[in-house]
Design a protein around this ligand. Structure first.
Ligand code: CLF
Ligand code: SF4
Length: 506
């Protein structure tokens, strides 16, 4: 039997004993930016959806200027937001392009993190081309620093690609749920095509052809394409691996597999038929399976078609048209604030990426020979309370959502988020008899640690009793580094299958 020779760089402080993460964090956040050309990097570095680490810093808003749709999806009820890019919830106001521009400028004046304006509904933006392009045209003139983004079902995409390119749109999302018309027929009952309603398999075949053609045309023009797919258990879940493979081969930049939302009260076909949504585990397993093929988006919040603010927060109520009309805005000062914020945030992000790839500060090179070994420790899911800037900075009691990270010897990876009710404030129960802490514990299922800046004694005890260990030791530290540090301490304590007490150390 031959022995494999390894040369390793090990730190006296912590020796991963076989490669792995060293002192910095790693995982999808940093690796996603690796290998990008300067041109692509410039397009994604401050886009909260196209860059995972940018979503800790930058905000987007959606202008709800597109009420009509040219297809029917079985997960959509037009009374609610477009499920392409939104969670169900009535759009507060459908705006004219002029109103949308006013609102965007108002939001950009009050939220310096704002970097992207997206049009994502409540219907399909490209089924409302005049309204959509009038909005883009005016915004490109009045706020050229704001990136423009659009999300579409793809049916009208090929005929709009030139216009999108003319408006300098750098980011387009296509919702592609299938590449097989037989599966498509279970998702789309009809499309409106060349002034006629087309149904069943024929409808799905036309939609698929248009989506694929639109994807190829966008890629040929250098426009970044994100593909969204709704995971519908028993309908397209297995098939989405094939979708991932094909869209990657055609040049899509990112794939975002989202869980079906099908509550009966939303009145959608799937909701009324009892079609279930995937579990968090099922979603993760599919995302992991697709990841072999391409970059996966894990931080999508399925936001409303009129969402405002950082991903995961909704500040729409601060910017109703009534309030916007009454605002007095100094646009030049607002632009200067945005530019100053961007410079600072991009500098922080660059520093974070550099740290993630730098060798440990006290590193020394030790060369030795030994057999190849199995990875140490098992994966651990950890929930993190953060309110932005990529650090552990939220009080447990104020968190409305937790980011969930998977830590392994190889690094830290964001795998999703879990929404909850705030622990603090309001009545102790949530209206259905379940206490707030019980609901949070249920939302955190599978997580073994929760990192936050502070936490009260009562929730601490309840979490511990449920097998979730609260941790405030890493308050204000970068999230990935904090998660990695906790994982290492668990490993050192022999709680992860053990680093092996006799393991070689430098
Ligand atoms: Fe909006 Fe979509 Fe542009 Fe983002 S959302 S149009 S790409 S600016 Fe983002 Fe929201 Fe997920 Fe969409 S988190 S639903 S992926
Ligand atoms: Fe609804 Fe969007 Fe589907 Fe149209 S494309 S039916 S608006 S989910």
């Amino acid at each position: 039997m031959s022995l494999q020779t390894t040369e390793q760089t090990v730190s006296p402080a912590f020796a991963p004993a076989g490669g792995g993460c060293g002192a910095g964090s790693c995982g999808s956040t940093a690796s996603q930016m690796n290998g990008l050309s300067d041109e692509v990097r410039a397009k994604v570095q401050d886009h909260p959806c196209y860059s995972e680490d940018a979503h800790h810093y930058f905000a987007r808003m959606h202008a709800a200027v597109a009420p009509a749709c040219n297809i029917q999806c079985n997960y959509c009820n037009r009374k609610y937001d477009c499920a392409n890019e939104s969670r169900p919830g009535v759009v507060s106001e459908v705006l004219t392009p002029e109103q949308a521009v006013k609102k965007t400028l108002a939001v950009a004046a009050h939220i310096p993190q704002m970097s992207v304006l997206g049009i994502a509904g409540p219907g399909d933006p490209l089924a409302n081309p005049q309204r959509t392009f009038a909005t883009f045209r005016q915004l490109a003139e009045k706020a050229p620093d704001i990136k423009l983004c659009v999300s579409t079902n793809g049916l009208a995409l090929p005929e709009c690609v030139d216009e999108l390119a003319r408006h300098n749109i750098e980011h387009v999302t296509i919702t592609i749920n299938c590449v097989d018309p037989d599966i498509g027929a279970k998702i789309y009952p009809w499309i409106f095509w060349k002034n006629q309603r087309v149904r069943g398999r024929e409808a799905a075949a036309i939609l698929i052809e248009q989506q694929q053609k639109g994807l190829e045309m966008l890629v040929a023009r250098g426009i970044l394409v994100k593909v969204n797919s709704v995971m519908i258990p028993g309908v397209n879940d297995e098939h989405l691996k094939e979708v991932s493979r094909i869209v990657k081969a055609k040049g899509a930049f990112l794939h975002n597999v989202m869980p079906l939302i099908a509550e009966p009260e939303h009145g959608t076909f799937f909701g009324l038929m009892g079609q279930r949504s995937p579990t968090a585990d099922e979603l993760k397993a599919l995302q992991d399976a697709c990841e072999g093929n391409m970059n996966m988006m894990r931080h999508c919040r399925q936001c409303r078609a009129d969402a405002v603010g950082m991903l995961g927060e909704d500040r729409g109520a601060e910017f109703t048209m009534e309030k916007v009309e009454a605002m007095e805005i100094d646009h030049e000062a607002a632009l200067a604030r945005r530019q100053a914020f961007r410079e600072k945030a991009n500098a922080e992000l660059e520093a974070k990426r550099a740290r993630a790839h730098a060798p440990a500060p006290t590193t020394q090179v030790v060369t030795f020979h030994r057999p190849a070994r199995k990875p140490q420790g098992r994966p651990v899911l950890m929930a993190v309370a953060t309110k932005g800037s990529g650090v552990v900075n939220e009080h447990f009691g104020y968190a409305r959502e937790f980011l969930v990270y998977e830590a392994t010897e190889a690094g830290v990876k964001l795998i999703g988020h879990r929404k909850t009710d705030k622990y603090c404030g309001g009545s102790e129960t949530c209206g259905d008899g379940e206490s707030r802490i019980d609901r949070i514990i249920r939302a955190l299922e599978g997580c073994e640690v929760v990192l936050c800046s502070r936490i009260g004694i009562e929730p601490w005890g309840a979490l511990e009793a449920a097998g979730i260990c609260p941790n405030v030791e890493h308050a204000m530290e970068p999230v990935e580094e904090a998660v990695m540090a906790v994982w290492r301490s668990l490993l050192e304590a022999g709680k992860l299958g053990g680093v092996g007490q006799g393991e070689r150390r430098a």
